[in-house]
Write a protein that binds this ligand. Structure first.
Ligand code: GDP
Ligand code: MG
Length: 424
């Protein structure tokens, strides 16, 4: 079985938690895009772990984890992330972590360029996490990057770096007026942090095709959500990569294979990090209370997230874009404090009701149409079957299924591994 686990919304839907739960049934977990610009939080019996680069299956000894060709890897960050997990008792060896030889390395100068550009933009900034992700993906398409496999041929690495550094300094030094970078420093950095993963570099296409031929179950894990996809998201306030399920086989290393099942992670309300249109946003006390209840602060950055009610228009678009075959509705318990639950049931633009998620000016200027549904206003975190849920919570789940046109397979009522309801 080839299954993708993807975000339906703006990210932070609880993918890490669901992948950790579902990965029990899978032999292999692959990350297929992105870098360390987002975070998954996983709580299990060994503690609480924040994962930025490593696939969530890394927390289970028996799962093989793949970091695919579509990823951009800051090896210094990976080094420290792996160290933190090891300190927490997690085993990380080449037997259960395989990094694509074609994955791109996110270099220190990519981070520097991200900083320089965000600072230059000042008030007009895009809300980059300043982890170098846009610059490194841009360079990948320029075909001027170092890939993980290059670490295996250090004799040509130095020459390759010199060419790239000369080119980068045209922007860094001549453009931004920053002190030039030096090829020697970059080489030292690669030797220190990249070489630590030398034994983890694989042809992940060969590995994955072999695993599939041997009947293994493979899960593909996305970072961020549909609305952050470079093509289909709220461009330009998107990530710089394709995070939708259709890209999973390409980004992991098996471009010829098809995903059989796509579980869309959808949150019972909305949250969004950084700048950009977020039509359903709630402000003032209503927003503050929801942010507190959901503990909506960035896993990677600690930034307070913007919050809103469940957004029918955006979520329906997310389900369509991801080709979700079922949903995992997360953080339903967070809404337990509410007597009336705000739901963004539509968008208005120029005095008209929109039937689809808009783009461009219509998205920037759309205003939300809010309705309030009955809350359950009691603790549901111990519910383990659908019938355990109060009627108002059951109604809310059924309402979401109908509104977005996709069945809910899981309902999560807490961050702990077993705090969920299986619907079918
Ligand atoms: P991701 O980026 O999609 O993996 O999500 P984040 O890790 O950024 O944010 C999800 C947060 O919500 C984490 O702190 C999880 O531990 C927590 N969480 C996940 N599912 C639930 C749930 O059903 N209820 C509650 N209360 N917390 C949850
Ligand atoms: Mg997150």
């Amino acid at each position: 079985m080839l299954t993708a686990i993807v975000g339906i919304n703006w990210g932070d839907e609880g993918k890490g938690r669901m992948v950790d739960l579902l990965s029990q049934q899978y032999d292999v977990v692959c990350r297929y895009q992105g870098g360390n610009n987002a975070g998954h939080t996983v709580v299990n019996e060994r503690g609480k772990f924040i994962l930025n680069l490593l696939p969530s299956g890394i927390l289970r000894d028996e799962t093989v984890n793949v970091m695919g060709v579509g990823m951009v890897i800051d090896v210094e960050h990976l080094y420290h992330e792996a160290q933190r997990l090891r300190d927490g008792g997690i085993t990380i060896t080449p037997e259960h972590l395989k990094i694509s030889d074609k994955a791109t390395i996110c270099m220190p100068y990519h981070k520097l360029l991200d900083e320089l550009e965000e600072d230059r933009l000042a008030d007009k900034k895009f809300g980059s996490t300043r982890r170098g992700i846009a610059p490194v993906y841009a360079d990948k398409f320029y075909k001027k990057t170092i890939r993980m496999g290059d670490l295996l041929t250090p004799e040509i690495l130095e020459e390759k770096l010199e060419g790239i550094v000369e080119w980068k300094n045209l922007t860094i030094a001549n453009g931004y007026g920053h002190e030039p970078i030096r090829a020697k420093d970059m080489l030292d950095w690669l030797m220190q942090y990249g070489m630590a993963f030398k034994d983890y570099i694989y042809d992940t296409t060969e590995y994955l095709n072999g695993a599939i031929a041997a009947g293994k179950n493979v899960m593909f894990e996305a970072q961020l959500g549909a609305l952050r996809d470079i093509d289909y998201g709220i461009f330009p306030y998107t990530s710089s990569s394709s995070n939708i399920s259709a890209y999973a086989p390409i980004g992991a290393g098996i471009p010829g294979k098809k995903i059989e099942k796509t579980v869309g992670i959808i949150k019972a309300y909305s949250s969004c990090v950084g700048e950009g249109p977020f039509t359903c946003e709630l402000f003032g006390e209503e927003g503050d209370r929801l942010r507190e209840a959901g503990n909506e602060y960035g896993a990677a950055t600690g930034r307070p997230r913007r919050v809103g009610g469940f957004d029918v228009i955006a979520s329906r678009y997310g389900v369509e874009t991801q080709g979700a075959t079922s949903l995992a509705l997360t953080k339903l318990d967070v809404l337990s404090y509410l007597k009336k639950i705000p739901v963004c049931v539509g968008y208005e633009y120029n005095g008209e009701r929109l039937s689809r998620f808009p783009t461009g000016k219509a998205l920037a200027q759309a205003t939300p149409v809010y309705e309030y549904m009955d809350g359950w206003n009691c603790d549901i975190s111990a519910c383990r079957t659908f019938s355990d849920l109060p009627a108002a919570a059951q109604n809310y789940v059924r309402y979401i299924e109908n509104a977005v046109g996709c069945p809910v397979e899981y309902v999560s009522v807490g961050a702990e591994r077993d705090a969920y309801i299986k619907m079918f």
